[in-house]
Design a protein. Sequence first.
Length: 185
Amino acid sequence: MRTRLVLAAARLFVERGFLQTSVEDLLGAARISRASFYTYFENKIALLAALVDEHIERRTRHFHDLAQLGRPDVEQVASWFKKVGETSREQAGIVRLMRLAVALDPGLMQRFVRARDKYAEILGENFPRLDLSIGDDDEREARRATAHLLIIQVEQFASSSADGSWYLDVDITSRTFARLLMRYA
């Protein structure tokens, strides 16, 4: 039942909007009772948080895909970067919903910040100059800041790709990002 509810919420929140979708709408779409809804979620924001967690898990898989390349070259990183943009275009509604989620509940932003720390650790596996386990506190914090800035670039590209507002050549952008990331190999 929880899975049906989460799937229904993703569909309705994207189609109608979060604010325009009532709990009653969700109950009908998921074919569950009000009691079942509240068994799984305290309210609509809690359900939205579950969608945020799913989105973060998908993005985490993207970073694991990059890590599985071992010591990638520029073309492999560029290909990975383009794939992130393509996936975001395919899931444009969810990407827009994620932007709304942090606006509706700033506490959800902390989930994204924690996810960036996870992504940074994954990047450190293949890009030694981003390895958060090396150096003193200041060096680790500098690496963390660098990794977060790179990750924010990935997120911005993904978000802009999703809504069609990325106006630069994607191939050139992908190779440029790849060369930038490779500086930390």
